[in-house]
Design a protein around this ligand. Sequence first.
Ligand SMILES: Nc1nc2c(c(=O)[nH]1)N[C@H]1C(S)=C(S)[C@@H](COP(=O)(O)O)O[C@H]1N2
Ligand SMILES: [Mo]
Length: 529
Amino acid sequence: MNRRHHVEGRARGAAAGIAAALVLFGAADLLARALGPPAAPLLTLGQTLIPLAPPAVVEPVIDLLGRNDKPFLIACTGLAALALGGLIGSLARGGTGSARRTRLATLLLTAAGLVPVAAILLQPGARPADAVPALVGLVLGLIVFRLLLGSHRPGGPAREAHASSTGEAAAGQADRRQFIRLAGVLAAAGAAAVAAGQTVASLAQDAGAAVTRLVLPEPARKAPAIPASASANVAGAVPFVTDPEDFYRIDTVLAPPAIEPVEWSLRIHGMVENEVTLTMEDVLDLPLEEHHITLTCVSNPVGGDLVGTATWLGFPVRELLGRAGPSQDADMVLSHSFDGFTASTPLAALTDERDALLAVGMNGAPLPPEHGFPARLVVPGLYGFVSATKWVTELEVTRFDEKTAYWTDRGWDAQAPILVASRIEVPKPLATVSAGNVRVGGTAWAQRSGIESVEVRLDDGDWTEAALAEEVTIDTWRQWRTDFAEVEPGSHTLTVRATDKDGTVQTAKRRDPIPNSATGHHHIQFRVE
Ligand SMILES: Nc1nc2c(c(=O)[nH]1)N[C@H]1C(S)=C(S)[C@@H](COP(=O)(O)O)O[C@H]1N2
Ligand SMILES: [Mo]
């Protein structure tokens, strides 16, 4: 066989495969806009990979990319799909391939195209209709593949034998141009459709529409207003109550699930006397309570911003569990999310006097989709991964020695009370401030215990006690500030440590977040001029 034709044939097959993959994902993504994120194949494929990825791979990527980790995952999934399309396509070898090879490639392409269909149908809460866009995309992709490989019919083994004649060569060139044009147009159309369909934000707005329709009742018990004295009044410090827009978001979903409140229910089952199921109507009819609670992520690095405070509206989980009657032998509640995530919370933390809530509101509005709409758990004193299940659908009363949760299966601890922590917010790292008095401010938290004191140290000086703003509750963070007089020009370091009301001093020992939160003192460098 002529080597040039062989290579060109492979390239044609590959181009046809890539164009087919682009058309598949493009058409499916566009159609999926009508049905919502669960029907989008690229999003679902990426989503399917998340729980399978080893933490050793996930963590460096998240560290490196921060909030861009999700678009990055979608992009990688898309590129991998194109590469696979190209690889399978190259088996067909375009014009020089036999019909048998083209059939084999078509078969493999069909099998590969059925993977996103299966991923879509296997998602929790999937409806058969969700598979339609991916199936339509697959059919269109296959048509494009066959069309492209058939677009140079004049070629084939017969032509190859006489390729030396000039007339044949000219026909071959025209044929190649036609192929390139057609492949280019189809690939561009597919890419444009992917771009249009990938407006994940517009898909997420489907959930947003349900949020605006949900009307929350007036709380039966309002939270006291946050006093002005809860602020340490340091310009540039983080506000006491976090705007939901600025509230950190941590979860394992690429797009928050779009849950209609009328379709939502919470089932309390497992080791209980009687199973209880509540609809959203049932929940909204309960006397709801408002509480200010600071939520914290176990993977927050020292000085990081995976912590926030909101005024949550909800119903005490204690009372919900009381209706079900947990067994004496139970010691854990495994909360399940709509998306399959689970968290293991000590039963005691949900039945003691703390304000563990089934929350439906955040800062006076329904929960935003990315923070758990229509309902989530908020448990003071425990890191989010063992307590704060968003899109919660089930409370399974069980035992720690019988069931494990999502992150426990990936190397994190089953139980994780929040450790005392503090951070410097002003001055900003590497800021330049003018000589003289230097104002320092920040936040400290030790939910369930409360902050007793905060100490700050300039360079290698003594620890000096900061002034604490008023405590709102022991379950909220506490602002602090202090001033250093006559700081010399030059480079300086500030270090902070907090002590909780049990007398635990924040340790200076540095450790990684996994399996149970980073520790160490936060320090920053700044310049005086
Ligand atoms: N369904 C679901 N709920 C979840 C998670 C998740 O991945 N899926 N992440 C948990 C973690 S690790 C934290 S820290 C909190 C974060 O809540 P937020 O995103 O509203 O700040 O949600 C918790 N609830
Ligand atoms: Mo977390």
